[in-house]
Design a protein around this ligand. Structure first.
Ligand SMILES: [Zn+2]
Length: 559
């Protein structure tokens, strides 16, 4: 991007200013400081931008069967965030993402006639750029729960075989957003369906109702397991996240089948034209999930990557469970539980890896090797542990919803998140933040022994459990007696405040056949080999109670 000129406009006059440019950062010294408490100024920045080649780092150009596709993003000068924590954000652009503030956008895109432009926000001049047929189909989509083709393969063929000499300007508006992006191409099919959401407040031409889920993709991406289903996924993600966490605040949501950046922008996401099946569902849901983190909750994704990728991956796990009776559940991809689909087992190698960075590491310092395993998976699984093993869904969901609403369109830090969750859930979680976010600690429990009072099961059993790890997550102990009856109890975190071995008194009964810590693999115990005690069933130790006296068993962990 080349900055050509910067000027301050006031009272119809333009005063040229001399910017200080350091690589991708520009400072504009003002002749007079901007007044606080509502002071404002108008800057006019002239610039130009050359579209990079195939892979432009989150923006792309690609050649397709029916023509070129331009996915245009990160193409204009952005104002850095000034917040009350650190002053100006100083991170240079390194080809990744921006930490951005909120504003209202009006933008226009001039392209050859026949091109389709799909962009963040809402198209404000449909009468100028759409055909009567396209407008009629859009009106039909606005009442349809399933997709309606707005631009068909036949429409695209007619366009690409007709030489175009004129241009058209597409105008868009988007309010209260961090960013905008758009795609332009003659080759894209376009379909849409109604978003089943209430109209936005103050609906008008710039804020239309009903709102639409849309997909644009080249003809070669069409297919029953491919992009034919994209709009169904868009509709589900936006409606589900709106109902579960926070209402989607923008008019439309668009999924683009393009170069395959898998990149999110408010109101539009760039996915891969070759994505299909579960991958297409997961990537669509993930990129749209960024609408909530960091587009609605405006955390600093450069400095605190986990508040972006892991919060989003966490909500995606439940979106997978929710979609179409679990058609693509459980989420099991490069971002979450990549080996077996079982997070408690798959995270253990990460916790044992001495080189793995902690979640508090800034995004730019995390190598590609650990980007998914730590920032996405470990972070998302941390929230899942919090929800399912520590707080329970009711307390967690209420607290997390409150965090989102409290920090919507603002800039929370990790401490803001930690404090809101503790305060709203009503639980001191400092031990968990320390062990999971600031360290790579894991739980490691050992079933030390099983014995009986006076050697007699009828008088009661004593089960000794040792805490060998650094992260004392609540752990379930499952007991099975010789007659096959069983019971479970949870050993809470507070147990370990002042000791590392605890003896549990179990009321008298038959001898214990087995005792297992974390039987369902719900916590990432670092060594499961010492988690269980089992009596080998023999004639002396039958499974079913017999007339013989109940055997007394001296417990010892196995192996
Ligand atoms: Zn992401």
């Amino acid at each position: 991007m080349i900055i050509e000129a910067v000027a301050q406009s006031a009272d119809g006059k333009e005063t040229p200013l001399t910017p200080l440019i350091s690589d991708t950062r520009m400072q504009i010294p003002l002749p007079q400081a901007l007044e606080g408490k509502g002071g404002h100024l108008t800057l006019k920045i002239s610039w130009h931008y050359t579209i990079p080649g195939e892979w432009g780092g989150r923006t792309a150009f690609s050649q397709n069967q029916d023509g070129e596709v331009y996915e245009i993003a990160q193409f204009y000068p952005r104002m850095a965030v000034y917040d009350d924590q650190r002053g100006w954000d100083t991170a240079p652009y390194l080809g990744q993402e921006f930490y951005l503030d909120y504003g209202n956008f009006d933008y226009s895109v001039t392209v050859p006639k026949g091109f389709l432009v799909a962009g963040s926000g809402v198209l404000t001049n449909p009468d100028t750029v759409l055909s009567a047929q396209e407008k009629a189909r859009l009106a039909q989509a606005a009442t349809s729960e399933s997709r309606i083709m707005i631009r068909t393969p036949e429409d695209v063929q007619a366009i690409v075989h007709q030489p175009q000499t004129e241009t058209q300007t597409w105008q868009f508006h988007m309010a209260n957003t961090r960013d905008i992006a758009f795609v332009a191409s003659p080759a894209l099919l376009w379909d849409a369906a109604r978003l089943n959401l209430p109209p936005l407040e103050g609906s008008d031409a710039k804020n239309p109702a009903p709102r639409l889920a849309m997909s644009v993709y080249p003809a070669e991406s069409a297919g029953a397991t491919k992009w034919d289903r994209s709009t169904e996924y868009v509709k589900h993600a936006i409606e589900y996240f709106s109902g579960k966490w926070f209402p989607y605040p923008w008019p439309n949501a668009v999924n683009v089948g393009g170069h395959g950046a898998a990149m999110e922008y408010p109101g539009i996401v760039f996915d891969g034209k070759d994505d299909a099946g579960a991958e297409l569902f997961w990537v669509t849901t993930h990129e749209l999930g960024h609408g909530w983190f960091p587009m609605i909750v405006g955390s600093n994704e450069r400095r605190n990557a986990f508040m972006d990728e892991s919060f989003n991956t966490f909500i995606d796990v439940y979106a997978s469970d929710h979609f179409n009776h679990g058609e693509f559940a459980p989420k099991h991809d490069v971002e979450f539980a990549p080996q077996t689909g079982h997070p408690a087992d798959d995270i253990v190698p990460v916790l044992k890896d001495q080189d793995a960075p902690v979640l508090m590491t800034p995004a730019d310092l995390i190598s590609e090797k650990y980007r998914h395993s730590v920032t996405y998976f470990k972070g998302a699984y941390g929230l899942q542990l919090l929800r399912e093993q520590i707080l329970g869904a009711d307390r967690f969901d209420r607290a997390f919803q409150h965090y989102i609403a409290l920090w919507a369109f603002r800039h929370p830090t990790p401490s803001d998140f930690f404090r809101v969750m503790e305060s709203e859930a009503g639980e001191d979680l400092s031990w968990f933040w320390r062990g999971w976010y600031f360290k790579n600690w894991g739980p490691d429990y050992r079933l030390k022994s099983v014995s009986y009072v006076n050697g007699n099961p009828v008088q009661g059993a004593r089960v000794q459990v040792e805490n060998k790890g650094w992260l004392p997550l609540p752990v379930v102990l499952a007991l099975t007696w010789m007659d096959g009856s069983s019971a479970r109890l949870t050993i809470p975190t507070e147990t370990w405040s002042q000791r590392n071995t605890v003896t549990l008194q179990i009321p008298g009964k038959l001898a214990i056949r087995s005792a297992v810590l974390d039987p369902d693999h719900m916590i990432p115990d670092l060594n499961r080999l010492d988690n269980s005690f089992t009596v080998k069933l023999t004639a002396a130790h039958p499974a079913v109670p017999s007339a013989a006296p109940t055997p007394t068993v001296q417990g010892a962990p196995v192996p």
